[in-house]
Design a protein around this ligand. Structure first.
Ligand code: RIB
Length: 307
């Protein structure tokens, strides 16, 4: 029976300004382009998985407005099951104000809107659909209590729980990490969560070991263009990034997590799954936008063969 990848998380409309460089606090600069593009870490991860060919469903919340309708339509067109997305009668659809500089680096401010209203009712809608063997992707753009409840219940139902702790939180309860099979912070998130400096492969490995000690099954620290470090109780691995030229790194981490889930759902081992996820992220940074940059499987295969 094919496994389904469930995503429980945010949907945002991304308001993207392209600028030669990112502004300093208090500074006004002139940008060059503006786009309104579908985003949100949850929705991005769902689109990443669906474009790679996996059966994918998203559970979350939008407002009763044009952005919400546009986001749902886009997901449906990408083959993501959207019947788990509720329309909130009061809160507006979430938005993210994003600046992207000439080197593809970004800053993001998210105003959660309806994502902030996600709660136990949404968790019930999710867990009512889960089957043992399915995979669940979680992030921190919806309230932490709901994420914790979803992880706890999914784990008890025999589902693989993959958590992308973005944006970072330093207040995770001790009981949460043991419900997480795979925990995938980036450098900044790993440092905030562990309290350790994470600046290179050696320090990322130390942080990954701490996370495993605290109960996660696999700690995978994403280091952007430096690749990723993976640690379990008995293995430590380093996966280099693919040498591509990034033009927009928005949602690279989401592409990675979607790719990782697809690889694991298809039964790949840890090492090939990490390499595949790295290739999905590399393909995504070569194209502007969040959901718009998520590659089809053929683009990932071509990239892997060309290196
Ligand atoms: O990870 C990238 C995403 O972060 C953007 O699409 C934006 O919506 C924010 O959620």
């Amino acid at each position: 029976m094919p496994k389904t990848i469930y995503v429980f998380g945010s949907l945002n409309m991304d308001l993207v300004c392209r600028t030669p460089r990112l502004p300093q606090p208090g500074e006004t600069i002139l940008g060059t382009h503006f786009d309104t593009l579908p985003g949100g870490k949850g929705a991005n991860q769902a689109v990443a998985a669906a474009r790679l060919g996996a059966a994918t469903a998203l559970v979350g919340r939008v407002g009763d407005d044009a952005f919400g309708r546009q986001l749902i339509e886009g997901l449906r067109a990408d083959g993501v099951a959207v019947d788990g997305i509720a329309v909130d009668a009061i809160a507006p659809t979430g938005v993210a104000a994003i600046a992207v500089d000439a080197a593809g680096c970004n800053t993001i401010v998210v105003v959660p809107g309806a994502n902030g209203q996600v709660g136990p009712e949404d968790v019930d809608r999710l867990t009512g659909q889960l089957q043992p063997g399915d995979l669940l992707l979680l992030q921190f753009e919806v309230p932490l209590e709901a994420v914790i409840l979803a992880a706890q219940r999914a784990k008890a139902q025999g589902v693989t729980v993959i958590v992308d702790p973005a944006p970072a939180r330093s207040d995770l309860p001790a009981a949460f990490l043991p419900t997480v099979d795979i925990f995938t912070p980036n450098q900044i998130e790993a440092s905030q969560i562990t309290g350790l400096p994470v600046t290179d492969i050696a320090t990322a490995t130390a942080a990954a070991h701490q996370l495993v000690q605290r109960g996660v099954g696999l700690a995978l620290i994403k280091l952007g263009s430096e690749g990723a470090v993976l640690a379990t109780r008995d293995r430590t691995l380093y996966q280099p990034a693919l040498p591509v030229t990034a033009i927009d790194t928005v949602a690279a981490g989401d592409a990675f997590n979607g790719g990782l889930a697809v690889a694991l759902a298809e039964g790949m081992g840890l090492e090939p799954a990490a390499r595949f996820a790295t290739a999905v992220a590399a393909a995504a940074v070569m194209v502007p936008g969040a959901q718009g940059s998520m590659p089809e499987l053929s683009r990932v295969d071509t990239l892997l063969q060309s290196l």
